[in-house]
Design a protein around this ligand. Structure first.
Ligand code: ATR
Length: 291
């Protein structure tokens, strides 16, 4: 990377941010596109978020990604928010348009793009089972509802959290059938029987000792199963794959949401294979450092 007086600056705001793969991913994308830009990690404490955004304006940083724990709080400090991001209540991408900061959420677009390219699946008129009811589940549920899903079941350890998410969804999508259940195989079985798409959004599966929340015998060949965990294939995806189901891991979603951010910033799309290879190398380097 060559830095000159004309190099555009981008970055990611998070706390902590040291684990983030976005700098590796986005710099690889800029390099592949031959776009004169640099992407840096910025560790921003929650109490400094407002000042950091003023800094983005003052320094003329062209755009930033926003990650945990700032995705929701950042809305208060932006000049405008895209309607989809406002509905989800979370922003992961900020575009600096001549000093005005506009917030977007590319997680949903990234999810749909990964689902299409890796499993050749679109959720329109399909039944969807979502595991989890946190921030990631909220974004994905809005996305599949906007994409025209026929029904949605939210399975969660704490059913009251799922009920709250279901209420919000019913408000935005009055014609969508939304139900909730406990996150255990017996409660999920009838919903799985009619589901076309299963999406795992909790942190379950990050540890290799985590059991699959759905036993393999409950999967069918015509299920499509996604997991947002991207570090490795989770026990859930292994169980689904062993029954011939189509699976899609979190890596595809990660690279597609990053590419969607780059599109908002530059109007251009990077070559996804190059970006994916760079991120996979970043994951391998990270796990080698841990050993
Ligand atoms: P994120 O923004 O990544 O979605 P979050 O908002 O903290 O994170 O949500 C975490 C989700 O993972 C929740 O659905 C949580 O279930 P609860 O609502 O019952 O807390 C779920 N989760 C976290 N750890 C879990 C575990 N060990 N078993 C089952 N579900 C778990």
């Amino acid at each position: 990377m060559r830095i000159s007086g004309r190099t555009r600056t981008y970055g990611i705001l998070g706390y902590p941010v040291g684990h983030s793969l976005s700098p590796v991913m986005q710099n690889a994308a800029f390099a592949q596109m031959k776009f004169d830009a640099a992407y840096l990690p910025f560790e921003v404490r929650p109490e400094d978020l407002r000042a950091a955004l003023d800094g983005v304006r003052a320094l003329g940083i062209a755009g930033v990604n926003v990650t945990i724990p700032h995705k929701e709080a950042v809305l208060a400090y932006l000049d405008d928010v895209d309607p989809e991001a406002a509905a989800i209540g979370a922003v992961n991408t900020v575009v600096n348009r001549d000093g005005r900061l506009i917030g977007y959420n590319t997680d949903g677009a990234g999810f749909l793009a990964a689902l299409k390219s890796e499993a050749r699946f679109v959720p329109k008129k399909r039944n969807v089972l979502i595991l989890g009811a946190g921030g990631a589940a909220r974004g994905i549920a809005h996305t599949v509802a906007s994409a025209g899903a026929a029904s949605l079941v939210i399975a969660n350890r704490t059913v009251s959290h799922a009920d709250l998410l279901a209420q919000g969804l019913s408000h935005h999508f009055p014609y969508l059938k939304v139900r909730t259940c406990e996150l255990n195989p017996a409660a999920m079985e009838p919903h799985l029987a009619s589901a076309h798409l299963v999406i795992q959004t909790t942190s379950l599966g990050m540890k290799p000792t985590d059991p699959s929340p759905i036993p393999s015998k409950m999967f069918r060949k015509d299920h499509v199963v996604c997991d947002i965990v991207y570090t490795k294939e989770t026990p859930l995806l292994k169980a689904a794959r062993s029954r011939g189901a189509k699976v899609s891991g979190g890596l595809g979603m990660l690279v597609h949401q990053g590419a969607a951010a780059i599109f908002l910033w530059t109007g251009r799309r990077p070559n996804m294979n190059v970006v994916k290879l760079a991120v996979a190398a970043g994951i391998r380097a990270k796990s080698a450092r841990k050993r």
